[in-house]
Design a protein around this ligand. Structure first.
Ligand SMILES: Nc1ncnc2c1ncn2[C@@H]1O[C@H](COP(=O)(O)OP(=O)(O)OP(=O)(O)O)[C@@H](O)[C@H]1O
Ligand SMILES: [Mg+2]
Length: 352
């Protein structure tokens, strides 16, 4: 063996397709989610026979494939038929009925300016165009972030052939549904279970095949990342670490990703994420540190600590900041009681 056999040349890379590690990448196969995909397909199936579809509420903790699974089914649906139109809306990004309906209108191909229209005018247009479609599958991801439910009532009442898929990682959300909507929606419930360590391993191993050249990963490196992702119950973390470990190995011009690279990626992940994200203000960092030092405590206690540490924002703003951190997957907010407003939420620091 020559002295430089394990050294990567300047032009060489370990990544065969780095895009396969992007958050938006949807693999063709989602190991250990076959059953859930079949279930979602059965919800849509009646639309193929010109009958009304059923509605579905999908629940489960963050990073366990809810969004990926639905998007995979919708991509497969698009390949299968042009008769059923899939419309996917993220209610974190579009969080009011007006924004959601405008987005639907745009996804239905309406090209004229409508930014100044009132909600009822947008509704009229959606209604008109939607009726020209044979059937529509609406997906509202992060449905708990929608500030009102008028758009749901409208779709339930006005659009004849449709299925509605709702996705949330908030256990209590269903009980907060407006009764008028609830009685029309009557969704079936699909709970996504967490992955076991073995399943986490399988999924990450499969993703390596998409993203890296063959024989670039040492078993122990993948084991270390599997353990971290499995501890946090979050595949998203695992995928981010695959990329970080690959970069670590490349920086050291190594042809193989070994345990040390994985460990370095895991260690760096906490501080790096915080430093590198320019969106963090000093105040965000103060809140982050409080979450980190007090992981597992109630948000109310954290707010008190924030105040005594010099924070001057209102309880409401503080909660909004926590939600933003949760969205970035840096903390986990566990709703421990029905009383969400009361602040009885447990905050767990995840490290990302
Ligand atoms: N079974 C699987 N096979 C392949 N990749 C998966 C699988 N499950 C999850 N992933 C990947 O893990 C990441 C997180 O999954 P996803 O975005 O679907 O999580 P989620 O359950 O919607 O989480 P959240 O509640 O935070 O939105 C994505 O990159 C997704 O592609
Ligand atoms: Mg999601």
């Amino acid at each position: 063996m020559g002295s430089f056999d394990n050294i990567l040349g300047a032009e060489q890379t370990l990544f065969s397709n780095i895009d396969a590690l992007d958050p938006d990448f949807i693999p063709k196969l989602l190991p250990h989610r076959e059953e859930q995909q079949k279930y979602i397909a059965t919800i849509i199936k009646p639309l193929f026979q010109d009958r009304p579809g059923t509605n579905l509420l999908i629940r489960g903790s963050p990073g366990i494939g809810k969004t990926a699974c639905v998007k995979r089914v919708l991509l497969d649906l698009e390949e299968e038929t042009e008769d059923i139109t899939p419309i996917f809306i993220n209610c974190w990004k579009q969080n009011t009925s007006h924004k959601i309906l405008s987005e639907i209108l745009s996804k239905l191909g309406y090209k004229f300016g409508f930014s100044n229209l009132r909600t009822d005018e947008v509704m009229n247009l959606v209604s008109k165009i939607a009726k020209q479609r044979k059937a529509i599958v609406f997906t509202f991801d992060e449905i708990d972030k929608a500030e009102d439910q008028d758009f749901l009532y409208f779709i339930l009442e006005e659009i004849p052939k449709k299925s509605i898929l709702l996705i949330t990682n908030n256990k209590e959300w269903g009980s907060k549904l407006d009764t008028r909507v609830q009685s029309r929606l009557l969704p079936e419930l699909l709970e996504f279970p967490k992955y076991s360590t073995r399943e986490t391993y399988d999924i990450l191993k499969e993703r390596i095949k998409y993203a890296f050249y063959q024989n670039t990963w040492a078993d122990e490196a993948l084991d270390a990342i599997t353990e971290k992702a499995s501890d946090l119950g979050d595949i998203r973390v695992g995928i981010m670490l695959l990329k970080a470990a690959g970069n670590e190995a490349e920086n050291q011009s190594s042809k193989k990703i070994i345990k040390e690279h994985a460990q370095k990626a895991i260690e760096k992940s906490e501080s790096f994420k915080i430093k590198s994200d320019s969106a963090f203000t000093d105040e965000d960092k103060l809140i982050l540190n409080i979450c980190k030092e007090n992981s597992g405590k109630q948000s109310k206690e954290l707010y008190d600590l924030y105040k005594t540490s010099g924070g001057d924002k209102s309880d409401r703003t503080f909660r909004r900041k926590l939600e933003a951190l949760a969205k970035k997957n840096i903390i986990l907010i566990e709703k421990s009681s029905e009383d969400i407003e009361g602040g009885a939420n447990i905050i767990k620091f995840k490290g990302f």
